[in-house]
Design a protein. Sequence first.
Length: 127
Amino acid sequence: MATIQSAAKITTILERLKGQQIAALQVLGINSLKSLSPSPEALVGEVVVAADIDERTISINTASHLILFDLQRTGRVVLLEAAEPYRLVVGAVRPTVRLLMSDGSGLDLTEPAKTKRITVTIAARSE
């Protein structure tokens, strides 16, 4: 069984997002996207003002949106120093979610199981 990633380790990774501009959010497991309005495209250009983890749920705040990633039991966060939009490659391990930042870095949210349980919720902030 996979080792569960600690909240402290995830917090260290999330600290790198603060002040960064979102370039794209790719939800590669369609069953993972739990909201359709606003769409992931609405996040492009938003700046991360806060990022935190509580239990196994990551929250990323921008001025206009709240993004929640529920890692469930076995989800992991992988920092990508150099990230590009995901392209399907036969035989490659596919992340469930890829968050791309404008500085060229990014995050992959991955799971060891074939059944993908990580969920993504995007909510617009009220004015």
